[in-house]
Ligand binder design. Structure first.
Ligand code: PAF
Length: 280
């Protein structure tokens, strides 16, 4: 496994592979890797000859007062996990390698970036879209893989790629969960042992809500029940919303392809999760 920190080294290695006819899959990360990231790498290996992983804690997707400075940087452990998983190249740039000090361009996906998590974290999805666009320009992969856990992020990236004609196939990969149902996340490390037990109720609430949708209960009743059970468990809910899975607009009783999105704070940790399903 090769490790590089400049865009030119990264590009020249990848160009050699692509000239030899090899497909390149890309897994962008912010490090602090867990089994969910490793699943992205193993899925990438099924679809391409070469797998490139970036580790970059992107400053522009953190708002004032968020955890940019304290975000766990675990590069040695991350590299060991990626080597064991069989990744071919790790791109580990400094902030100055990715952003010019007088950078003036931001990629913004209107509408999708300002609802749900985007409303709670102004500017977050502009930071995500901008860095993913820049990383795509550096790596120029054939395909890129993202976890479905960040459902809204995946929708923002798919829309950006469509709207800007970026020639990269975007693959969504299912969420990896703990035995309790808790979705794996780099931020789970902020939870105490007690909070981690409680956190599993987020997914249980989503499953109950999905069952209630399939049983044709009314959406306002389902929302209310879910918010009540989250509050009773000790969460401070941010949003709980039943959406259409293609454009994330709020669903109505005619829609069949659905996703329920939830964000809630538990102590100091903000957790997100979702469940996607079809109904007839
Ligand atoms: O999901 C993440 O880890 C980040 O938002 C991403 C896509 C790597 C962009 O910084």
């Amino acid at each position: 496994m090769q490790i590089v920190s400049t865009a030119s080294e990264c590009r020249s290695i990848i160009k050699t592979w692509q000239l030899a006819g090899e497909r390149v899959a890309f897994v962008p990360t912010m490090g602090n890797l867990h089994d969910g990231h490793i699943k992205l790498v193993t899925e990438a290996q099924k679809q391409a000859e070469r797998v490139v992983v970036s580790i970059f804690v992107n400053p522009t997707q953190f708002g004032p007062g968020e955890d940019f400075d304290s975000y766990p940087r675990t590069e040695a452990a991350d590299q060991a996990k990626l080597a064991a998983a069989g990744a071919n190249l790790v791109f580990l740039p400094a902030v100055s390698e990715v952003y010019a000090s007088n950078a003036k361009t931001t990629v913004s996906v209107n509408g999708l970036s300002t609802v749900y998590c985007g409303a709670a974290r102004p500017g977050h999805f502009d930071g995500v879209a901008t860095v993913v666009c820049k990383l795509f320009n550096i790596v120029q992969p054939d395909l890129a893989l993202f976890g479905r856990k960040d459902f809204q992020q995946l929708a923002v990236i798919r829309t950006m790629v469509r709207d800007l004609n970026i020639p990269v196939d975007i693959i969504g990969v299912d969420t990896v969960r703990e035995a309790s149902g808790l979705a794996m996340s780099s931020r789970n490390g902020y939870l105490s042992a007690q909070e981690k037990q409680t956190a599993a109720q987020l997914y249980q609430t989503l499953c109950q809500a999905r069952d209630a949708v399939l049983a044709k209960q009314s959406f306002p009743d389902i929302d209310q029940q879910a918010l009540n059970s989250l509050k009773a468990a000790g969460f401070v809910p941010d949003y709980f919303v039943i959406c259409r899975s293609d454009d994330l607009a709020k669903a109505n009783s005619e829609d069949t392809e659905l996703v329920i999105l939830v964000a809630a704070r538990l102590g100091k940790t903000r957790l997100i999760d979702n469940i996607a399903f079809s109904r007839s």
